[in-house]
Ligand binder design. Structure first.
Ligand code: HEC
Length: 106
């Protein structure tokens, strides 16, 4: 369990480093989605690890709410900590765009 969480964070840190060179803070949606898909599976279907949760087709308002909760560090547990780490640099606009994208995937 511990080792798996460490590799979550490692992958996430790598993705963040790779995206750090982008201009300003304009979200590159394609790159961001690719990063999410590392853990949530292609198209957000959670077929990488079930613990990650299915995010495709979720309610858009729920996604906005829960991503802000993760970003704020309000959710407890080692899995939530991985998510907090992954979304901590997203702006409100980024979260809205990602939520819209995933809510409309089947
Ligand atoms: C390093 C792996 C990893 C990455 C990358 C990642 N997530 Fe997650 N995500 C998780 C895990 C693990 C959970 C379950 C956390 C928990 O149990 O609280 C989760 C939970 C979620 C949830 C809550 C699902 C639910 O059913 O309540 C949403 C929404 C979500 N992630 C969206 C995203 C988005 C959007 C991105 C890209 C910005 C992303 N995640 C990137 C691992 C990841």
């Amino acid at each position: 369990m511990k080792a798996r969480s460490a590799s979550f964070l490692g992958r996430c840190a790598l993705a963040l480093m790779l995206s750090a060179g982008s201009v300003g803070h304009a979200l590159d949606l394609a790159a961001e989605v690719h990063r999410c898909d590392d853990c949530h599976g292609p198209s957000g279907h959670a077929n990488v690890l079930p613990v990650n949760g299915r995010i495709a087709g979720q309610n858009e308002d729920y996604l906005v709410y829960i991503l802000k909760e993760y970003r704020a560090g309000h959710l407890a547990g080692v899995n939530a900590a991985a998510m907090t780490y992954c979304v901590r640099q997203l702006s409100d606009d980024d979260i809205r765009m990602l939520s819209h994208y995933y809510a409309h995937l089947q």
